[in-house]
Write a protein of this length. Structure first.
Length: 281
């Protein structure tokens, strides 16, 4: 494994180790997903609805990541989208989405990512999002800023969210749930909110949307129904790039509502989402 070799490398030995492991696990899983995708890829099972799919590659990537992390840090806890779950005894827990954007991946679309976060005593301290088809890796360590490496190798560049425009000039991304009643409500909220914005986007990957807020490619992002593995790494990356994250007013990001935006966009967008009831049907 090769740790980052720039001035932003963590000085804390534990955080440096966790970052190195997350980067290597993300790189290996990303290569497996990119190079090992079968031409006849099909759905292995479904979850919340018939359109909420899991492929054999989701399962294989999670097995690779959890096996690698378990080999190097066997006492850590694990929480993975495809079923990995163990409490651990070290105070560290890995939160893993082995393939964020499974439907994109199934259809051969390029917007998908591997998302790996390390929590220490319940708080995210390391986040890595590996986007193989973009040839980009995003990373952050709590208190150490957020960084982007393009082209698979080379230097890490610091990321910063965009200067905040007025809300009506903001480019905002969102996503839609796979449960019919929830997505119907989300479509209604999007219809009401889009006239108040510059425009709205829908990438199909929460991890990439959060990373794009960090990289200044979006002014904001919101979504209802995210799980911890959807937002743990990307949320830390966005915060370390200067964005604000949260949920409903006064609450943290959660499955009820997740919001990340430039500081000047965050409050007005949160108020609009509250007005439109974005957290419920």
């Amino acid at each position: 494994m090769t740790a980052p070799t720039d001035n932003a490398e963590p000085t804390d030995p534990l955080l440096a180790e966790l970052l190195e492991l997350a980067l290597e696990a993300g790189r290996r899983a990303g290569a497996l997903l990119r190079d090992g995708r079968p031409d006849d890829l099909s759905v292995a099972k479904t979850k919340s609805s018939p359109i909420d799919v899991v492929t054999e590659m989701d399962i294989a990537a999670e097995k690779l990541i959890t096996g690698f992390l378990g080999e190097h840090r066997p006492d850590d806890g694990l929480l993975g989208e495809e079923g990995a779950s163990s409490p651990g005894t070290s105070g560290v827990r890995w939160v893993v989405d082995p393939l964020d954007g499974t439907v994109n991946y199934l259809y051969g679309l390029p917007t998908w990512a591997v998302s790996i976060a390390a929590e220490l005593d319940g708080e995210a301290v390391v986040g890595v999002v590996e986007a193989p088809m973009r040839q980009e890796t995003y990373r952050a360590v709590r208190g150490g800023g957020a960084y982007l490496r393009a082209g698979g190798r080379g230097e890490w560049r610091p990321m910063a969210c965009r200067p905040a425009p007025p809300l009506d000039e903001a480019l905002v991304s969102t996503g839609f749930n796979y449960v019919h009643t929830v997505r119907t409500h989300q479509a209604d909220v999007a219809q009401r909110i889009v006239p108040r914005l510059r425009d709205i986007r829908r990438s199909g990957s929460a991890a990439i949307d959060l990373s794009d807020v960090a990289a200044g490619r979006l002014d904001g992002y919101y979504e209802r129904g995210l799980a911890p593995w959807d937002l743990a790494a990307g949320g830390l990356i966005a915060r370390e790039a200067g964005a604000l994250t949260g949920g409903r007013p006064g609450q943290d990001a959660s499955g009820e509502l997740t919001l990340a935006a430039s500081p000047g966009v965050f409050g007005p967008l949160q108020a609009l989402l509250e007005e439109f009831g974005a957290w419920h049907d």
